[in-house]
Design a protein around this ligand. Sequence first.
Ligand code: GLA
Length: 389
Amino acid sequence: METSVLTAAFERHFGAAPALLLRAPGRINLIGEHTDYNDGLVLPAAIDKEIRFAMRLNGTDRIRLAALDLDDTYEVAVADIAPIPGGHWANYQLGVVAGLLRHGAEVPGFDCAFGGNVPNGAGLSSSAAVECGVAWGLSELLKLNLDRMTLAHIAQKAEHEYAKVMCGLMDQFASLFGRGGHVVELDCRSLEYGYFPFNTDDCRVVLCNSGVKHALGDSEYNTRREECAKGVAILQKANPAITSLRDATLPEIEAAAAEMGEVVARRCRYVVEENQRVRDFTAALGAGRSLAEVGELLYASHAGLRDDYEVSCKELDVLVELSRQAPGCYGARMMGGGFGGCTLNLVATNDVKAFLTHMKEGYQRELGLKLDTYVTTLADGVGELLNED
Ligand code: GLA
């Protein structure tokens, strides 16, 4: 959405010019899935799919929101905000306001119009982009000077309390901390992070959107979190130093497997192995090892998500299998929470076109489904938009 279109829509809705224009990107994650809420390691990046916002303080006590893509509006007094049942889109903004209030900020009435091109339900974290955009925008308008990590935590809490998904920090972190041309490794325990350049001359990150979003996704996500907590409680009996799966080793899990039961043991094993794959991945990047080697880690991650963590689905599995015969593909896996959304594929830059053709034909042939694909560019995190952008 061009800024001129955004500004015009804002003026139509609220009868005044916006005071601030900003953008907040969606994210990919190269590897480290379902590790963030286990104090583990992740390797996300912000991408060139983003939500754009026009905002101003409106001098009243009311929040007025306009979701331009949905052609819908919502209005509420700041003092009356509460989670709206039924998965309402305004929950993400209201949850952020609740978080800022709890943080001690005084939030007056404001106007916000927003829209963008992060596809919904594709696992690219459009909801985190909305949360992070509003959090950063309000921090700017109110001169709160909140650092980005604090904003990420406020945005994450909005997801917990207003959207009822007990997510980790990865999506919000990526939207706020992304850097053009780089992926960023986050240690979700220490909150230390570091950037790795990603050279698109050699290879591109290509997303294949399964086009499905299974309704069970959110509840199964919360269940996985509980299963991991159950595993930790059992591991702790033998070794009180274990406070999360980050501390556990595979032999410790084997020793506790009988008490955990088969399912919880598998969940725990997956998380420990996936953390190791993130370490192996960044080590390989650092050492300049072959893309084929790095790609194998993606296939191994997918196998774990499918068989041990059980968050994949038929459509995602078909896409990963198709990628194995696809021209130029080094590796692929499902990405994000699972139960639908996209697969992430590492594809040789020169072969991207042939790869896309192979995948589209295959998805049509195997499942009779049309495949949307995105060849991503890694982008900067949340920031101000200039009028000409
Ligand atoms: C969702 C959550 C993230 C993370 C991923 C899985 O995107 O919002 O916090 O847990 O799933 O890695």
